[in-house]
Design a protein around this ligand. Structure first.
Ligand SMILES: [Zn+2]
Length: 448
């Protein structure tokens, strides 16, 4: 091959390479010309990185570190003097409790569960005949103060999925369960580690790994450490809405305008043809007013049971469809809040973050693929919303609220009067409000 020819070839290759990679950049932030393909046709056979979508704000999550190790996170190294381990006392030596406040073998509901302690170190549970309920070993009660953080770690193995949880014990003695993270089945011992911030009115807590289906679960090497919660430069509250209901546009939007609050709408790519949901024009109208659009999948399927092409259509396909219509769809929220490792891996290939429905507040160093939230339901009182907002303000945390319909409806609907009382409660605290994406871009780099 002569030199001239090879230079020309290089030039052609280079131009092709540049065009291939630069063209999508020009479409960032704005919708491309509408195509006359159906949503399903567009969603089929799409991919993210290496495909038709550009890398969003924080770079390629496949090559970028996703989480920061608690021990090396700068904010925590600075406060590491206050990182103290909690003495959990000896493990129980049988399938019983160590007294009222000690380790507990706890189950409820319609199932047959057996508890066992192997070699004084492995806490085992086996469940059969599951209809409902769950079974778990609970750590002793740990006295706590609101605003402090605890890290809970343990080793586990199991033949089915389980979850790590915390039970908050409130001043009045009532208990509240909160899911911390989802754990996949594993034959070999694996470590789980989660962090929790103690909310207001909580005086003690217990950690547990919960089995809620037929199978077995073993846990060992429990550790709990306390530390001072590191904060961002300010507290932020984000209002997010799932599904893209038309009632959000009709009943909610006038209130958002009145209170000057910009929301994030996680919409379902293939729902815009159904009149219960916002039309593309309504979504664009919200976008023009400063509201942000995220993906809530292609068809609202249960992602935990999807694989391969189906999962790709929901995750990657929805981004392609939504980007063609609205542009700038960079964040994902899984339907029903259901996800596993495969779902998160797929989300990492396409989006800069994943908003879950797992309860909690976000602190510096949070994993942007398991962004925590507070779920708003029909009976959520404005006092609760105010308490969450004050907690975020006082501790400089990021609070993400999750809403659905704005009408008289099911368990996840709030009517206009309730929504207005929530917006007012947040405004009254003086905490900063921002769209989900604005808050992500402000907070995420502070923890790296
Ligand atoms: Zn949904």
């Amino acid at each position: 091959m002569n030199k001239k020819f090879s230079n020309t070839l290089l030039y052609i290759l280079a131009s092709g390479f540049l065009l291939w990679h630069l063209l999508p950049l020009f479409s960032v932030g704005k919708a491309v010309a509408p195509s006359n393909k159906t949503n399903a046709e567009i969603a089929m056979n799409t991919m993210c990185y290496g495909g038709d979508l550009t890398v969003p704000t924080f770079g390629n999550p496949l090559t970028d570190p996703l989480t920061v190790d608690l021990n090396t996170r700068p904010e925590l190294v600075a406060t590491s003097k206050s990182l103290t381990s909690v003495d959990l006392g000896p493990y129980p030596n049988s399938g019983n409790t160590n007294g009222e406040e000690g380790w507990q073998a706890d189950s409820y509901g319609n199932n047959s569960s057996t508890f066992d302690v192997k070699d004084n170190s492995i806490l085992a549970i086996e469940m059969k005949n599951f209809v409902d309920g769950d079974a778990k070993w609970r750590t002793p009660q740990i006295p706590v103060k609101p605003g402090e953080s605890l890290r809970f770690a343990s080793e586990y193995r199991s033949n089915v999925a389980s979850t790590s949880n915390v039970t908050f014990i409130l001043q009045d003695g009532t208990e509240k369960y909160v899911t911390l993270s989802r754990l996949s089945a594993t034959d070999s011992w694996k470590q789980q580690s989660t962090e929790v911030i103690v909310p207001k009115n909580v005086v003690a807590l217990r950690f547990s790994v919960i089995l809620d289906q037929n199978g077995w679960l073993q846990t060992k090497d429990y550790t709990v450490d306390r530390y001072i919660t590191p904060g961002f430069s300010r507290g932020i509250v984000s209002f997010t809405f799932d599904d893209g209901w038309e009632s959000i546009y009709k009943q909610g939007l006038p209130l958002f305008e009145q209170y000057g609050i910009k929301t994030t709408q996680f919409v379902v790519a293939d729902y815009d043809v159904n009149e219960a949901y916002m039309s593309p024009d309504q979504i664009r109208a919200m976008q023009k007013l400063g509201h942000d659009i995220g993906s809530h999948s292609f068809s609202h399927a249960d992602h935990e049971v999807l694989q391969d092409k189906d999962l790709a259509r929901e995750v990657a396909g929805s981004r392609t469809v939504l980007n063609q219509k609205y542009g700038g769809t960079n964040n994902f929220a899984a339907p029903f809040g259901r996800y596993n490792q495969d779902v998160n891996d797929a989300v990492k290939q396409c989006y800069q973050s994943h908003r879950t429905t797992d309860s909690g507040f976000n602190t510096p160093g949070y994993d942007r693929y398991t962004v925590r939230v507070q779920n708003v339901e029909v009976d959520t009182k404005p006092e609760q919303i105010r308490e969450w907002a004050e907690f975020a303000r006082d501790n400089n945390l990021w609070l993400v609220l999750v809403y659905h319909q704005v009408e008289d409806g099911g368990a996840y609907s709030v009517d206009t009067a309730a929504l207005e009382s929530h917006l007012k409660a947040v405004k009254d605290t003086g905490v900063h409000t921002a769209t989900y994406e604005e808050a992500l871009i402000e907070t995420y780099p502070q923890g790296r």
